[in-house]
Design a protein around this ligand. Structure first.
Ligand SMILES: [Zn+2]
Length: 114
């Protein structure tokens, strides 16, 4: 399962952060996920619970923000969000556009419990 390996890599990243902040308790993990990444939020949450079971991150929640697909026009430089798979430029109607976003998988923030 795709999401299981992602959950494991998130846990790795959080554990690396925790090594630098031994007293911190992570309350929430903010993720930015591109809509093109094919990641299913429910499956990822399920996998996260599986990999954090019996660890100190058992109570740590994932907060998932989906990022829309974005393109940039090679003709006029316009950057735009793609709706309904229309990848032509909304300003000049050129069809030569390049994908610049929508595949991200980033940890946006770690929320620490006081
Ligand atoms: Zn354009």
């Amino acid at each position: 399962m795709h999401e299981l390996s992602i959950a494991e890599s998130i846990l790795d990243a959080v554990e690396r952060q925790a090594a630098d902040h031994p007293d911190a308790r992570f309350h929430k993990i903010g993720l930015r996920i591109g809509e093109l990444s094919g990641i299913d939020a429910d499956a990822l949450n399920f996998s996260w619970h599986a990999v954090t079971q019996d660890t100190s991150y058992q109570q740590t929640a994932l907060e998932i923000e989906f990022c829309p697909r974005r393109h940039r026009c090679e003709q006029c430089g316009q950057q735009f969000t793609v709706h309904d798979y229309r990848t032509d430029c909304p300003r000049c109607r050129d069809t030569n556009t390049t994908c610049i976003g929508g595949e991200e998988l980033d940890i946006a923030y770690l929320e620490v419990e006081e």
